[in-house]
Design a protein around this ligand. Structure first.
Ligand code: PLP
Length: 458
């Protein structure tokens, strides 16, 4: 009990305790994720072939399976210092309210204007684009968190930022859009008539409100057809997961500082970058035989790529212009129902997270959105933070695990990733508060129909 009192509500690190390198967990994986493939040749893609799409150094990071630590350039570390280290918070109030003997900690990534962990990779990608002398970058955004983070990062490095925003979000989330424009980004609703692929989709499906895959295709086309531009992506890619390891490295340092040993680590999984970044240092320990942890990925029941998807090669985008990745996927043509956790509505999963899941290092559960909002509301009322719907998937399962501890009397230590705040998701909260939220779970037939369209790659 005395020991425990010494653990503060918030564990902050000193500036000199912040990580100076990202940790590349692939270096410690015996079975590496399968190589990503060139969509034209279906052969493993090379750095040279990636260079027309991605910045040079990011292309190298994408394909680097062997370097365990990659130094964080000083300019990026300086930017990180403006909003990091992120606190590791002991959820004393939540523990008390639940009456659980479990000890609950969360790593809070919502302490920056963009409101989520995505800034950790946005600033890195903008830095490498600037260093390469590029004029600007293009990207897509669904719910808007990634576009917001990228527009902040681009304005810091004085880069042009072109965001293709899924049309339905563009119309329904005017405030996100205006934050991006305030930071100087050009925001185009997707599908648009500014690209070939956009025009083609508009012809085929007039009146469509767009999808993330379609916006990706437009952003890639815009980058590859304009001199001095490259495409950047907010999740799924191994380079993004690498940048997000600042989350896990800080978490590990903070836990070690107080001799805390985590038993269960929980994160929400959209494209897998925040989860991958949080768990990487811990998975590294498991892979090297130094420690053991239970790791749980939480996904929406409406978009269950790990729990119901197939582990095969698939396109990362609807337009089939991006490299193919071997990953747990629902099929690149799968359009999930309008779940309010926009950041988790992606058909596939990071190839690193997929391989770790395939080998049993990670468990996965899917949860329905009404139960997620119930947990979100409970958390907001008890811990004060208004969580993003995506993050609330992790909250839901952390609470479930804490309640299991209450039944068994086990004093487990639970750590979860609280990826962001929900201030721009108030329409979703409104639905929930008005009792108008429903749960949609795709049927097996719907999934089979989507699997039937998967590319045949041996
Ligand atoms: C984008 C987003 C996610 C999903 O992150 P992935 O790294 O793609 O799994 C989770 N939480 C918030 C707040 C987000 O903005």
């Amino acid at each position: 009990m005395l020991e425990e009192k010494k653990i503060p509500y918030k564990i902050y690190l000193e500036e000199d305790e912040m990580p100076t390198s990202w940790y590349n967990v692939r270096a410690d994986m015996k079975n590496k994720p399968a190589p990503i493939l060139n969509p034209a040749t279906l052969k493993p893609i090379t750095v040279e072939e990636l260079e027309p799409i991605f910045c040079r150094e990011l292309a190298q990071q994408e394909l680097d399976d062997t370097t365990p630590y990659i130094e964080i350039p000083q300019e990026i570390r300086d930017f990180y210092k403006m909003y990091r280290p992120a606190p590791l918070v002991r959820a004393y109030c939540l523990e008390k309210a639940l009456g659980t003997p479990a000890k609950i900690y969360y790593k809070f990534e919502g302490n920056n204007t963009s409101g989520s962990h995505k800034l950790n990779s946005a600033i890195a990608q903008a830095y490498y684009a600037k260093k390469q002398g590029l004029k600007g970058v293009t990207t897509e955004t669904g719910a808007g968190q990634w576009g917001t983070a990228l527009s902040m990062a681009c304005s810091y490095f004085d880069l042009d930022c072109n965001v293709y925003m899924v049309k339905v979000s563009y119309e329904q989330k005017p405030f996100r859009r205006e934050v991006m424009r305030t930071y100087g980004a050009n925001v185009t609703p997707s599908p648009s008539n500014t690209t070939h692929v956009g025009r083609k989709i508009l012809e085929e499906f007039p009146g469509t409100t767009g999808s993330l895959g379609c916006a990706i295709s437009e952003a890639v086309e815009a980058a590859t057809t304009k001199e001095g531009y490259r495409y950047v992506l907010g999740s799924v890619l191994s380079q993004v997961l690498l940048h997000q390891t600042v989350i896990g490295l800080e978490t590990k340092t903070a836990l070690d500082k107080y001799d805390i040993k985590a038993d269960i680590i929980i994160g929400c999984a959209g494209g897998g970058s925040n989860l991958g970044g949080l768990i990487s240092p811990f998975v590294g320990e498991i892979l090297r035989g130094e420690a053991d942890y239970r790791i749980i990925a939480v996904e929406p029941a409406s978009c269950p790529s790990l729990t119901r998807g197939k582990y095969v090669y698939d396109f990362c985008d609807t337009g089939k212009v991006c490299p193919l990745a071997k990953m747990y996927t629902l099929g690149s043509g799968f359009i999930p129902s309008a779940n309010h956790a926009g950041g988790l509505r992606y058909h596939g999963m990071s190839s690193i997270v997929s391989q770790l899941y395939e080998e049993g290092y990670i468990e996965a559960v899917s949860v329905e959105q009404t139960s997620v909002f119930e947990a979100a509301q409970q958390f907001a009322r008890i811990e004060g933070i208004l969580p993003a719907p995506e993050s609330s998937h992790a909250i839901k399962v952390a609470i479930d695990e804490a309640m299991k501890c209450k039944e068994t009397g086990e004093e487990k230590t639970i750590v979860f990733g609280l990826t962001g705040t929900g201030y721009f998701d108030m329409v979703a909260y409104q639905r929930y508060n008005d009792g108008e939220m429903s749960d949609y779970i795709p049927t097996d037939d719907e999934l089979e129909a989507s699997f039937a369209k998967l590319p045949k790659v041996e």
